[in-house]
Design a protein around this ligand. Structure first.
Ligand SMILES: *Cc1c(COP(=O)(O)O)cnc(C)c1O
Length: 364
């Protein structure tokens, strides 16, 4: 048997005719920048999350960057970021001219440790950028309390968490969230896409300016903005995929439940879910002390896995100038050496999931 890590063609097969109809409609609409397809998706996504405002942008990194810009983050400022995340989270702060200050995660949830966040705050700290990593919400009540105590902004990187809930409230319903619609994300376009959602009209207005050259009135530019757009063709596809998102998430949750029950029974490492979190399982991540050999054995058995992420941002050449040393962020470094993402695809059958479970137990 073969079990791919993620099969995007199989995952969208049930809605492929609807996707193709949407593509044709968008191609014939005469709107190639902005217009009704974009506005309809923005409204549908805002309604899905319970967010007052949703603004489409070109990708998830732009959403992060524009969110920080809208909060006034700039040179000389410090932004607290997780030490274990995709590098985009850090790059957004760097693009603003700010300094990303890494904070270690809790080892049980892989998400920001609120106590460590508070210890990292300096007079220059302006914002906290929590990531809902692997589709599991970070502990927002604790982080919001810290931000309120110190007068900090919070921008949530929800690129992996479309549809996740925290204490019964959907991620995105409150505060400011950024989303990626990169094809392999839980809600993915046929190319790049992103969005920012917010419950603050001021932030929505500012991002609306910034994404459009800093202009609200054509040929009048109030700030030095950028060109960052969600294409109407992608918006039309995303509207179709959004309608199928809850069914896909339900399937991911079934697969995660099968994995979790089987691995718990034999005492194998598997993700811990706090009782206040309802994750959407963008990734199902286990740990193994000899991870690379384990991954090779699984590959030989026909099982596709991926490492998220093999090199933490502070040890990337891109951040050599920041002077972070190996050993400075031991949890992130240990995770980078041990984590392995198992197959997780809404199209994965029970037989495939059982095959993965049996081989993981046998080969770990
Ligand atoms: C995918 C991702 C991003 C970046 O999204 P793009 O659309 O690829 O720019 C940012 N943060 C996290 C945590 C991601 O997983």
């Amino acid at each position: 048997m073969k079990v791919p890590f993620l099969d995007l063609t199989a995952a969208s097969a049930p809605i492929q005719p609807a996707i193709e109809a949407a593509l044709l409609r968008a191609a014939r609409s005469g709107y190639f920048i902005g217009g009704p397809e974009l506005e309809a998706f923005e409204a549908a996504y805002a309604a899905y999350l319970g967010a007052p405002h949703a603004l489409g942008v070109a990708n998830g990194l732009d959403a992060l960057y524009l969110g920080l810009r809208a909060m006034g983050i700039g040179p000389g400022d410090e932004v607290i970021v997780p030490s274990n995340t995709y590098i985009a989270t850090w790059l957004a702060a760097s693009q603003c001219g700010a300094v990303p200050v890494p904070v270690e995660p809790r080892e049980d949830t892989y998400n920001l440790d609120p106590a460590a966040v508070e210890a990292a705050i300096t007079p220059r700290t302006r914002a906290i950028l929590p990531v809902h990593l692997y589709g599991q919400p970070a502990d927002m009540d604790a982080l919001n309390a810290i931000a309120a105590r110190h007068g900090l902004h919070i921008l949530q990187d929800a690129a992996q968490a479309h549809g996740a809930s925290y204490k019964g409230r959907k991620v995105g319903a409150e505060g400011h969230c950024t989303w990626s619609f990169y094809p392999s994300k839980n809600l993915g376009a046929l190319g790049d896409g992103g969005a920012l959602t917010t419950d603050d009209e001021r932030i929505a207005k500012e991002v609306n300016l910034l994404r459009n050259y800093g202009s609200a009135v054509k040929y009048e530019n109030d700030v030095k903005g950028v060109n960052s757009r969600l294409d109407p063709i992608q918006a039309a596809v995303l509207a179709v995929k959004l309608e199928a998102l809850d069914a896909a998430t339900a399937r991911r949750r079934q697969i995660a439940a099968m994995y979790g029950a089987a691995f718990a029974k034999v005492g194998l490492d598997h993700p811990h879910v706090p009782d206040w979190a309802d994750p959407v399982w963008h990734l199902y991540v286990v740990r193994h002390p000899q991870r690379d050999a384990f991954q090779r054995r699984l590959a030989e058995a026909g099982i596709g896995t991926v490492i998220h992420y093999p090199i933490p941002p502070h040890l990337q050449r891109a951040y050599a100038d920041a002077g972070h040393q190996p050993g400075s962020l031991p949890i992130a470094e240990r995770l980078a050496g041990e984590v392995l993402s198992l197959p997780m695809c809404p199209a994965q059958t029970d037989a495939q999931t059982e095959y993965v479970i049996d081989r993981v137990i046998e080969l770990s």
